[in-house]
Design a protein around this ligand. Structure first.
Ligand code: DX5
Ligand code: ZN
Length: 219
């Protein structure tokens, strides 16, 4: 069943000196979720934000926080991020030795479990956990930085993911895509089956957040 497309602006590309204002501005401009990129300098070559910043965002946000953990051993921190206000917690398949247990942990703590694959990781690695998740995220860039170019191979992968979910009666699962989303790639990923679109540069580096989000929604 077709579902509404949601735009999830990634605060990684915002002006951190005006964080609260930036969150309010994208909410007023039509965002559907707030995407928070957590990086540890180990899983990815960049360090960003921790639970205290998530807590600060939670104080001003009215939309759910979609927290993307690009960290090793995420099971050590999911509790802290949920306490800080994460509604959805996304963990990398590549970072979880016990992925099944970690997804169950997220649900048991009251958040929506979500799993993400790097561009090089096969969808087959998800076969045995799909019934446990509320969302699957496919990286359309190698994680670590905003402003990179969309990897076209993601389109076929999105189509295969949607088919895998439909075959299993899991059409309720959100399919998110992250990296290099602009008005052109947005149209393509929606046609391929994505319904949650993360966008960093396309929103925060635009002069007009409302216009930028409308363009990503194909309006
Ligand atoms: C990449 C992050 C993305 C990033 C997207 O590692 O997970 O969420 O902020 O930024 P853009 O949309 O600029 O590619
Ligand atoms: Zn992200």
């Amino acid at each position: 069943m077709p579902r509404p497309t949601l735009i999830a602006p990634s605060i990684l590309s915002c002006d951190f000196g005006r964080l609260a204002e930036e969150v309010r501005a994208v909410e007023a401009a039509g965002a559907g979720l707030i995407h928070v990129d957590v990086m540890d300098g180990r899983f990815v070559p960049n360090i960003t934000i921790g639970p205290v910043v998530v807590e600060a965002v939670k104080k001003v946000a009215t939309l759910p926080l979609d927290v993307h953990l690009m960290i090793v051993e995420p099971e050590r921190y999911v509790g802290d991020f949920i306490k800080a206000g994460a509604a959805t917690v996304t963990v990398h398949q590549e970072a979880c030795v016990h992925l099944h247990r970690t997804l169950e942990l997220i649900r048991s703590l009251g958040a929506r479990p979500s799993v993400v694959l790097n561009p090089a990781t096969s969808l087959s690695t998800l076969e045995d956990v799909l019934p446990l998740v509320d969302q699957v995220l496919l990286m359309s860039v190698n994680p670590g930085f905003g402003g990179q170019s969309f990897i076209p191979h993601t389109l076929a992968k999105l189509q295969r993911l949607r088919a895998m979910l439909d075959e299993r009666g899991l059409g309720r699962v959100d399919v998110e895509v992250d990296g290099g989303i602009n008005a052109d790639t947005a149209k393509q990923v929606v046609a391929a089956g994505a319904n949650v679109l993360v966008a960093g540069h396309a929103v925060f580096r635009s002069g007009d957040y409302r216009k930028a989000i409308a363009a990503l929604l194909g309006k």
